[in-house]
Write a protein that binds this ligand. Structure first.
Ligand code: HSE
Length: 431
């Protein structure tokens, strides 16, 4: 006997919510064939009923009150796409307490309060799915949770913010200024409603925390990770990096150091042009996961946008149906421990340093002395001959050193009389 339809509720009908509705309707037949249930959007909650929309709202059961979804016993599964933390937390918690399955794309919510929500889910024997929360359309959550379950994850290195990757690509390939590239990314619908979270690195950081929780079975607190955005990346740095054989990417690094802690950080970083991550252009994301059994694996795809992200939401809905049918347990890490984060000062990499110096004999020697005093070796130096002003940019690449020593050396260099402007420091990653 055919199963009854699965009635779902959509909280939020913005870019992704509208995409979920549109694509569920478009592929309804194949979803019914593949999952064994008809999936119907039964109720929708929006912020503004009068807003003009590219995708029309369903005609019935649309309101502005989230409790309409929570209280509707016909709705078995809710999709949370309202964003933000406090209101979304209350909604997800109440839905789980009602025994509803929750599908969410809300990385900030999970990174900040995921631990509490997974406890509520466990107590109520309900479930949370969140493929859309990390890297848009790339099925990285399911991959780490299920396909790589037999591995110790050694490291994860990812380009996991499409907006930043789009901006950096356009700055480097089309010579756009930062603002113009950001404007383009917003018009194309890649950026968050508040693009600050994209460009200051926190959207990627929330995703990194989720990936760390899956890789190492514990939540790393937000206030104990190091996050730097792309707002200070300038055209000269992109050009110097290019001359030195690198491209600049916003990288999230997640790595376990036995006995020392979990390294979780997001920073603009130089990546060698022949490294596979350097070829990830535009809004695309890529995640390099290394496991002790599988070795290196790379996952690539659209990290933002209506259709790719709704593909992940729909995958989660189908997964929820499959799980209910077989009533089995998913292989899944526990979420009951806080990990010990590695102090960022102890994390080690090579570096790029650009210093604007007075063009006089001895300037470079003073910089080299400070670096030497901190035990930091110089790999290469570039100073263009054709500068016109009294000061000249010097770009250096530096050997492996602890970040703490590098920051101390940079602070000392910044105070030299021959130095103008705050020096620019970035990591050179060899992931
Ligand atoms: N705004 C995000 C990005 C997409 O640019 O990658 C959703 O996380």
């Amino acid at each position: 006997m055919p199963q009854s339809p699965l009635k779902i509720g959509l909280a939020g009908f913005g870019n992704v919510g509208a995409g979920v509705y549109k694509n569920l309707e478009k592929n309804r037949d194949i979803l019914r064939e593949r999952t064994g249930r008809d999936i119907i959007v039964h109720r929708v909650v929006v912020r503004d009923l009068k807003k003009k929309r590219a995708v029309s709202l369903p005609l019935e059961n649309v309101s502005t009150d989230l409790s309409d979804l929570i209280e509707d016993d016909e709705v078995e599964l809710v999709v949370e796409l309202i964003g933000g933390i406090d209101r979304a937390f209350d909604f997800v918690k109440a839905s789980l307490e009602k025994g509803k399955t929750v599908v969410t794309g809300n990385k900030a919510l999970l990174a900040e309060r995921g631990r509490e929500l997974f406890e509520v889910a466990k107590e109520n024997q309900s479930h949370i799915y969140y493929e859309a929360a990390v890297a848009g359309g790339i099925p990285i959550i399911k991959t780490v949770q299920e396909s790589l379950i037999g591995n110790h994850i050694q490291s994860v290195a990812g380009i996991i913010n499409g907006t930043c990757n789009y901006i950096l690509t356009r700055m480097s390939e089309a010579g756009l200024e930062y603002e113009a590239a950001l404007d383009e990314a917003q018009k194309l619908g890649y950026a968050e409603a508040d693009p600050t979270l994209d460009v200051n690195g926190w959207d990627a950081a929330h995703k990194a925390i989720i990936l760390a929780s899956l890789s190492y079975g514990c939540w790393v607190p937000c206030d104990q990770i190091y996050v730097d955005g792309i707002e200070k990346v300038t055209k000269p740095d992109i050009d110097f990096a290019d001359d030195l054989g690198y491209t600049i990417k916003l990288l999230a690094i997640i790595k376990l150091h036995e006995n020392r802690g979990i390294e979780v950080r997001v920073q603009p970083s130089l990546v060698a042009k022949d490294h596979i991550l350097a070829s990830v252009r535009g809004v695309f994301n890529a995640i390099l996961v290394t496991g002790d059994v599988v070795g290196e694996t790379l996952f690539y795809g659209s990290g933002a946008g209506q259709d790719p992200t709704s593909s992940s939401v729909i995958g989660d809905i189908a997964d929820a149906v499959a799980r209910e049918n077989q009533q089995g347990a998913m292989g899944f890490v526990t979420h009951d421990l806080y990990g010990k984060p590695l102090k960022v000062e102890e994390s080690i990499s090579k570096y790029y340093l650009r210093v604007q110096v007075v063009d006089k004999p001895g300037s470079l020697a003073q910089i080299a002395t400070i670096l030497g005093d901190h035990g930091i070796g110089i790999l290469s130096v570039i100073q263009p001959e054709d500068h016109e002003e009294e000061t000249a940019p010097v770009a250096l690449t530096l050997h492996f050193a602890p970040f703490g020593k590098m920051l101390a050396a940079k602070a000392q260099i910044a105070k030299l009389d021959c130095v103008r402007e705050e020096p620019i420091l970035m990591r050179v990653e060899a992931v």
